[in-house]
Design a protein around this ligand. Structure first.
Ligand SMILES: [Mg+2]
Length: 325
């Protein structure tokens, strides 16, 4: 193994995990965010970078909207722990030729979204560099009992917070070369902070992840961390309205593997189902269950089962460039 391409994104993370960490940390590397004791309290910590031509393209949306997106995708990781974002930091790398107005607009968009969510922008950093990169750090309030990737148990139902595939479709159309005003801007994710908080505080769920890489891949992360398998009922997966004009298989492909939904995927015992469905409108949807074993199995309407192919986003996999993270 010589390069990151040989190792893959998740192989790299597994090796990094052996370097970082401290037994005193409540939740460390390997979840959507860390939970750490500081003084007498506990905080949620997360960081993420958005890189030009990997996570976003110039011209696909305004700089202000890009700033809002940068906040939202990080807040989604805090939501996946059941936390509440409370403060934010923004570091930007950009080339010397960068428009000063655009850079300030990214800050305005970010700061606006951060303020609306009660997590004001309190500082950051700027640096020169070859491409535009936006790095975000969020600090949040930790719930008493966090939602964890390793909290799924055999017999749990698998829920998703809302319909899937909308962002993947918009991105696919953009990448297919369509440009100009015929295309609506990429959907802006709404971090599911209220839902995540309710699931944790009302003890309705123990396990959650936010859907960034794709339903199958993110569910596999939960399964691997929890030492379980999962069955997904294809008929039950809620598809975004924009997908309804696609052929069924193409729509399902986007919902299963497209990524960037920033919905919550979580598991809970069946007895909690009614309370969970009453939490939000539209209600979270049951799309499968946790079983003994490993990996994700797809079950079609006739009951036929097949193992989900291990597809999703890998930053160092083939074809990673120009896609997401
Ligand atoms: Mg996440």
């Amino acid at each position: 193994v010589k390069t990151l391409g040989d190792l893959g994104e998740f192989g790299l993370i597994a090796r990094v995990a052996r370097i970082v960490g401290d037994p005193g940390v409540e939740i460390g590397i390997g979840d959507d965010a860390a939970i750490v004791r500081i003084g007498g309290g506990r905080v949620v910590l997360t960081t993420d970078a958005l890189v030009e031509d990997v996570h976003f393209r110039r011209g696909w949306e305004t700089p202000r909207r890009l700033g809002r997106r940068a906040f939202a995708v990080n807040a989604s990781d805090v939501a996946a722990m059941g936390g509440i974002p409370r403060a934010s930091l923004l570091s930007i790398v950009a080339p010397r030729s960068e428009s000063a107005h655009d850079l300030l607009e990214i800050h305005r968009g970010f700061a606006g979204a951060a303020r609306e969510h009660g997590a004001p922008l309190v500082g950051g950093n700027v640096s020169g560099g070859p491409v535009r990169m936006i790095s975000v750090t969020l600090v949040g309030e930790a719930p008493r009992r966090p939602l964890r990737r390793d909290g799924a148990r055999v017999g749990d139902l698998v829920f998703v917070g809302g319909p899937l595939g909308r962002n993947a479709l918009a991105r696919e159309r953009r990448l297919a070369g369509a440009r100009g005003s015929r295309h609506p801007p990429l959907p802006l994710p709404s971090p599911r902070i209220v839902l995540g908080r309710a699931l944790a505080e009302r003890r309705l769920s123990r396990a959650a992840i936010d859907l960034s890489d794709g339903l199958v891949q993110d569910l596999e992360h939960v399964c691997a961390a929890s030492g379980v398998g999962a069955e997904l009922e294809l008929e039950a997966i809620p598809l975004a309205p924009a997908l309804r004009r696609l052929a069924r298989d193409a729509a399902l492909e986007l919902a299963l593997h497209g990524g960037e939904d920033y919905e919550l995927l979580f598991t809970a015992p069946a007895r909690k189902r009614a309370a969970i469905e009453a939490l939000a409108s539209p209600a979270p949807v049951v799309i499968g269950r946790i079983v003994a074993g490993s990996g994700v199995v797809l079950v079609d309407r006739t009951g036929r089962r097949r193992r989900a192919r291990p597809a999703g986003f890998d930053h160092f996999g083939r074809g990673a460039r120009g896609r997401r993270g």
